[in-house]
Ligand binder design. Structure first.
Ligand SMILES: Cc1cc2nc3c(=O)[nH]c(=O)nc-3n(C[C@H](O)[C@H](O)[C@H](O)COP(=O)(O)O)c2cc1C
Length: 214
């Protein structure tokens, strides 16, 4: 598969099979992240691989919030039957918690702006696309209780938490969320030709339609 094919077939998975992910695949995902570029090659990412039941149980605790109606309406899988809480866990057998070390990442010398979250984002993107190429589903999770995560997982004080990437085999009845997936604006909506008052017109012919969204 070439890069364009992987980019287009990757789709967010929010229903996982309980089958474990083979170590060989976990290792490849981490390797793809390892080769991501980072500012000044500082490699500030610090990734916690969670696949033991007692650690996944902690994820279940800090990805859980009180009911938010708007999310319940967007994503029927976000609430696993508990009327008190939205549970954003989706049965994932493997979770990567992505942090970056504030003490080693590059910062802009004048503005002081840190590159850590950008670096860790690129690393996570590499991992997500490698997982897709290995036939695994993923979902990027930003909405969770980071303070609780820090507490339950003993995350060092100098590590900033970026996100979680849930990974695993899609459940046999997995259906992508049509309200959130497969809806990209045309290039002319997000890209501009030399000045921001001129939309960029692409000649790329996009006739890709994801069969899972039919
Ligand atoms: C930075 C970022 C944060 C996200 N946070 C969440 C999240 O907290 N929970 C969730 O269910 N999906 C989350 N997603 C998944 C997006 O909703 C999803 O990528 C988007 O709707 C496009 O769908 P697709 O990935 O199937 O193409 C996040 C994605 C990104 C890139």
């Amino acid at each position: 598969m070439d890069f364009m094919d992987i980019s287009k077939m990757r789709i967010t998975t929010r229903q996982f099979d309980s089958k474990s992910v083979e170590k060989e695949k976990i290792d490849k995902i981490l390797e793809a992240g390892r080769w991501a570029p980072t500012a000044m090659d500082a490699q500030p990412q610090r990734i916690l691989v969670l696949d033991k039941p007692e650690q996944l149980d902690k994820v279940r605790q800090f990805c859980t919030f009180g009911v938010r109606k708007e999310y319940r309406e967007i994503d029927e899988n976000c609430d696993q039957g508990d009327d008190e809480h939205n549970v954003f866990y989706y049965g994932a057998p493997l979770v990567f918690l992505v942090c970056w070390d504030r003490t080693v990442c590059w910062s802009h010398p004048e503005s002081g702006e840190s590159s850590g979250s950008v670096d860790a984002t690129i690393v996570t993107t590499h991992m997500m696309l490698e997982a897709a190429s290995l036939g695994l589903g993923t979902v990027w999770i930003s909405y969770f209780d980071k303070d609780k995560a820090r507490d339950l997982l003993d995350i060092p004080e100098n590590f900033e938490i970026l996100c979680m990437l849930y990974a695993g085999y899609a459940a046999s009845d997995f259906k992508p969320n049509k309200k959130l997936s497969g809806r990209r604006f045309p290039v002319s909506h997000t890209c501009f030709d030399n000045t921001y008052d001129t939309p960029y017109i692409s000649n790329y012919k996009d006739d890709y339609r994801d069969p899972r969204l039919e």
